[in-house]
Design a protein around this ligand. Structure first.
Ligand code: 16G
Length: 214
């Protein structure tokens, strides 16, 4: 298979005429040689199946998808779910999200997070990961994020390093608590939690308060 004819769009259900975010934002980015843009992307085109190649997705009905889309759309300026479509196949083949978090710090700054990056297994090795992540990098800068971060598996560090991400000395730790499926926010999808109430089952190492801000 040769290079697919692709377009980069904001995601959306086909029933919605209103995009998740202004598509002009994508058109306004400095794309280099990527020129095809349009609005669209949808439930039918394999978006959720694609996300399932990244993690658990669950059985999401079209109604749930549209409801979540509307909720995200109403949070204007917070969710930039962006997909690459194969124009010939009418399929979503890569996706990534810029999630923006409002802060009080740094003069009420906005922090960006690169989330849910995935390229369809049938399309890997064709620079689509680079395309979608570069899109999010440009978008984050364009909408005014002061920094953009991510968490990823160890084996992905080299890829993200090649696209500008770096570990900061002394600040290179992502820590999480996994809540169990009974937690409403887990939406009934079993997590891989090793604890039942947000309390780690293993005792944490003694914290040091030296030069700490706690
Ligand atoms: C990865 C993703 C993160 C995603 C998570 C899902 C990137 C850069 N990182 O860490 O965005 O939400 O996997 O895994 O795409 P989880 O379902 O186990 O939380």
């Amino acid at each position: 298979m040769g290079a697919p004819d692709v377009t980069v769009v904001c995601v959306g259900p086909e029933t919605s005429d209103v995009p998740l975010y202004d598509p002009k934002l994508l058109a306004g980015l400095d794309w280099g040689d990527v020129t095809h843009m349009k609005g669209g992307g949808d439930y039918e085109r394999g978006f959720l199946q694609l996300l399932a190649q990244l993690t658990k997705v669950g059985d999401i009905t079209r109604e749930q998808f549209e409801e979540r889309f509307e909720t995200m759309r109403r949070c204007s300026g917070h969710y930039y779910v962006t997909v690459v479509e194969d124009m010939d196949q009418g399929k979503v083949i890569a996706s990534a999200t810029l999630a923006c978090e409002l802060k009080f710090i740094r003069g009420c700054a906005t922090r960006g997070r690169l989330e849910d990056v995935v390229v369809s297994d049938q399309y890997r090795g064709r620079q689509l990961g680079k395309l979608i992540v570069t899109t999010i990098n440009l978008l984050a800068r364009h909408v005014g994020c002061y920094k953009l971060g991510l968490d990823c598996r160890d084996d992905m560090k080299k890829f993200y390093s090649s696209l500008g991400y770096a570990s900061e000395p002394g600040n290179d730790n992502t820590m999480i608590i996994r809540f169990p499926a009974s937690c409403p926010s887990a939406n009934g999808i079993p997590s891989d939690a090793s604890c039942s109430n947000g309390t780690p089952t293993t005792a944490p190492a003694a914290a040091t308060t030296a030069s700490s801000n706690l």
